[in-house]
Design a protein around this ligand. Structure first.
Ligand SMILES: *Cc1c(COP(=O)(O)O)cnc(C)c1O
Length: 427
């Protein structure tokens, strides 16, 4: 595969942009090699700067559930673009998108639009603190909620009572307000509530984890957190930036039947443009300015183009049969991969909810961050490069999800499985 143009661009990029990329995982550091510069996308396929074609399972990390350059989205955007790009004043589209989100998520009464998932979680936490008058929050090791200071914290080996920032530049005093629990372990959260009585404002989590690779909530985990937070007067925040409109139209909360107090959205609701939202119970959302004392604002919040792309995307997803189609495509893929791995005697554990999945190189179940760290990363890197050579673009990290879109065809899936068969054979 000729990647000379991508290599040249990457060399130049490193002169102007830290690491040559505007988001670290794009750099291919964890799998090695030179990141491909993408020039064009159509449906389930992308083309790089050297003209190589790939079936894409990254989908811009989740937003592109309809595939690249979806006709309905592009048509809506073309019309919107002629009318001006931004006003810093209310527009009708914002009302429509907020209404669609409220109708999709039973837990949501009110929505505030922002410009990224990071802003959504940052603001939801501020709202939870404003509402409860408490400072501490609980997050789970392996869950990612964007790059705000207080959320860039993971469990150190010191255990659940210490909070060590996993980025330089985060004040330890600030990180201490973040308590870290173990995913799928309600008792780790019970201990934190016991250790910090009356001080925990909220528990935030990905109801299906997507940022340590896909990890499903075990039986009783989400219900246990719902009960625990309610009994301690803390809020439950579902970060559905990935899972919202992905695992079901109404997100993981609809799929698992759990009602959070606040929900964070992003990715799909912008249809490929920058959007986020935090939303939830009316009495909590009423703390947000100008109604309440919690300040949060944005010059481009509710941007007309982003909202237009979001509405067009949600309308397409609301049509009957869309999620059944995604399920059928994704299950064909995982069944094919499982069989191919088995034949090649490569241990593989696939976690999947609908069109969101990760294939881990692991012997046993992967149910939390500890299990994830035990998976074979070197094997993933080798597999990743074999797949890329075969024209399949996967996430350049073992700890990420793969996304199937409505644009992925049976032929895409069968070809991907054939490439994987050969890749497994070479491991
Ligand atoms: C992507 C993501 C975010 C951050 O969203 P950005 O738009 O990248 O800021 C937050 N939470 C989850 C679960 C995500 O997957």
């Amino acid at each position: 595969m000729d990647t000379s143009r991508s290599s040249r661009l990457f060399a130049e990029a490193q002169g102007y942009i830290p690491g040559g990329v505007n988001s670290p995982v794009r750099s291919f550091r964890s799998v090695g090699g030179v990141p491909l510069f993408i020039q064009r996308g159509q449906g389930s396929h992308i083309w790089d700067a050297d003209g190589n074609e790939f079936t894409d399972y990254v989908g811009s990390w989740g937003p592109l559930i309809l595939g690249h350059a979806n006709k309905e989205v592009v048509t809506a955007l073309r019309a919107a673009i002629e009318n001006g790009l931004t006003f810093g004043a209310p527009t009708e589209g914002e009302v429509e998108l907020a209404r669609m989100i409220t109708e999709a998520f039973p837990s949501v009464d009110m929505v505030r639009l922002v410009s990224s998932g990071t802003e959504a979680t940052m603001s939801a936490i501020r709202a939870a603190r404003a509402f409860t008058g408490r400072d501490k929050i609980v997050k789970f090791a392996g869950c990612y909620h964007g790059h705000t200071d207080g959320l860039l914290v993971e469990a150190g080996s010191g255990g659940a009572t210490y909070s060590i920032p996993n980025s330089a530049g985060v004040p330890a005093s600030y990180a201490q307000e973040t308590l870290v629990a173990d995913y799928n372990d309600v008792s780790s959260v019970v201990r934190l509530f016991e250790a910090h009585p009356g001080n925990i404002a909220a528990v935030i989590l990905e109801p299906v984890a997507g940022n340590m690779g896909v990890v499903l909530p075990g039986d009783g985990f989400l219900a246990g957190l719902r009960e625990l937070t309610s009994s301690h007067g803390a809020l439950l925040i579902f970060d559905e930036v990935i899972t919202g409109f992905r695992v079901a139209y109404g997100g993981a909360q609809t799929l698992y039947g759990i009602t959070p107090d606040l929900t964070c959205l992003g990715k799909i609701i912008g249809g490929g443009l920058p959007v986020g939202a935090y939303c939830g119970r009316k009495d909590v959302m009423e703390v947000v300015a100008p109604l309440g004392p919690m300040y949060q604002a944005g010059t481009l919040s509710g941007n007309p183009l982003a909202v237009t792309a979001g509405i067009a995307t949600l309308k397409a997803l609301a049509k009957p049969g869309v999620y059944d189609g995604l399920e059928a495509t994704a299950s064909r893929l995982t069944q094919g991969l499982s069989l191919a791995a088995k034949t090649a005697e490569v241990p593989l554990t696939i976690n999947r909810v609908g069109s969101l999945m990760t294939a881990f190189f692991a012997d046993g179940p992967v149910e939390g961050w500890y299990d994830v760290t035990k998976t074979n990363r070197d094997r993933y890197s080798a597999f990743f490069h074999h797949m890329l050579e075969g024209g399949v673009y996967l996430a350049p990290s073992a700890f990420e999800a793969a996304f199937v879109s409505t644009a992925h065809s049976r032929e895409d899936i069968d070809r991907t499985v054939a490439v994987a068969e050969s890749a497994f054979g070479k491991l």
